[in-house]
Design a protein around this ligand. Structure first.
Ligand SMILES: *Cc1c(COP(=O)(O)O)cnc(C)c1O
Ligand code: SF4
Length: 336
């Protein structure tokens, strides 16, 4: 019998992905904005392409050059300025941490698998914007090697599917991989780090839910949303599908100047996430990647914001402020 997926047309999320906006002028025209109002630079998009699904564009406010969602994706001329202390690999992911192509093992018990080089959206502040994905792409052989490596290391109890965005792979590829992982006896948990449930909620398909829940591995999903405006009804519905399938959902955000670096924005993000069933997990200080200096928020301001949140919100709605540092045994917790 031919599996259903073979005779079906490309699924909705795949066509939405293909149709993503990749032209700054088009994006601005849709929002009734001009390059001058926003600092848009097409040159900035030559080294890191502009890419944003229509679903995410629909959540931007037309006519607002400071829209927090627009700012996350629009190439800006400030990206081109030289900045001291910003590098192409700020978190040390291309050096010793790579023991095998496609695997990053920095922390005890956890192995991060790079499933896909791309993302459904290109976030301008991303620390992987210069990552040499082509050298870490998963050929069939690499896959096999990565799985063998995990099978041979009994200290690994949790596999984190990451990228890029791991949910760019098809449901069928994902199901196969998860089944293979479930055959490795020392693995307990399967974590997925994906921004797709937020930026392209149609990605949360029945097939995805099935592949994450039909083995003995305990699933957990960590999504990535930086601003309450990212969560609309469509996203909330997708998040509830994950929750209804008994997949806990946590959020990581990045603290970004001009986007969420205020007490109100962060409190609203936590409240909005929780209303959609999601708990805040990490608030990351920006990784110092070349081209992202204009998003940086000083550490002291981050600490102040967190203490303001602690005074205002229940403890479970306050994310942990962390920084990623090469060579450290865990993400470094920042406290006042
Ligand atoms: C962030 C990260 C993890 C997960 O860390 P947790 O603190 O468990 O969320 C694992 N591996 C790598 C390489 C990471 O960057
Ligand atoms: S979705 Fe995540 S990995 Fe992809 S560009 Fe955005 S921040 Fe980077």
């Amino acid at each position: 019998m031919i599996p259903l997926a073979d005779i079906q047309p490309a699924s909705d999320w795949q066509s939405q992905l293909r149709d993503a906006v990749n032209c700054g002028e088009e994006l601005l025209a849709r929002l009734q904005l001009t390059p001058e109002q926003t600092g848009f630079s097409s040159a900035a998009c030559q080294s890191f392409a502009l890419k944003v699904p229509h679903s995410f564009v629909a959540r931007m406010r037309p006519g607002d050059p400071a829209d927090p969602l627009l700012r996350q994706v629009l190439g800006h001329r400030l990206e081109l300025l030289p900045t001291r202390g910003y590098s192409d690999d700020p978190v040390g992911e291309t050096g010793d941490a790579i023991t095998h192509p496609g695997i990053i093992q920095k922390y005890s018990g956890r192995a991060l698998l790079i499933l896909s080089g791309g993302c459904a959206i290109n976030c301008r502040y991303c620390f992987r914007r210069h990552f040499p994905y082509s050298e870490n792409r998963n050929s069939r052989q690499q896959w096999h090697d990565a799985l063998q490596h995990i099978a041979a290391d009994a200290s690994i109890t949790e596999v984190i599917l990451s990228g890029g965005d791991p949910l760019l792979v098809s449901d069928r590829q994902l199901a196969t991989l998860v089944e293979q992982l479930a055959d490795i006896p020392h693995l307990k948990r399967l974590r997925v780090h994906s921004r797709m449930p937020i930026v392209l909620p149609a990605r949360v398909t029945g097939g995805l839910l099935a592949s994450l829940t039909s083995t003995r591995l305990q699933p957990v999903m960590v999504v990535h949303s930086n601003h309450g405006n990212e969560i609309n009804g469509e996203v909330s519905l997708a998040l509830h599908k994950l929750l209804d399938a008994n997949i806990p959902v946590l959020n990581q955000a990045v603290l970004l100047a001009g986007i969420n670096d205020s007490e109100d924005a962060l409190a609203d993000l936590s409240e909005t996430l929780f209303a959609a069933g999601v708990l805040p997990y990490y608030l990351h200080l920006l990784d110092k990647v070349r081209g992202a200096a204009h998003f940086d928020v000083p550490e002291e301001k981050g600490v102040t914001l967190i203490s303001q949140l602690e005074r205002r919100l229940p403890g479970y709605l306050v994310p942990r402020l962390v920084r990623e540092e090469a060579g450290e045994p865990a993400k470094v917790r920042i406290r006042g």
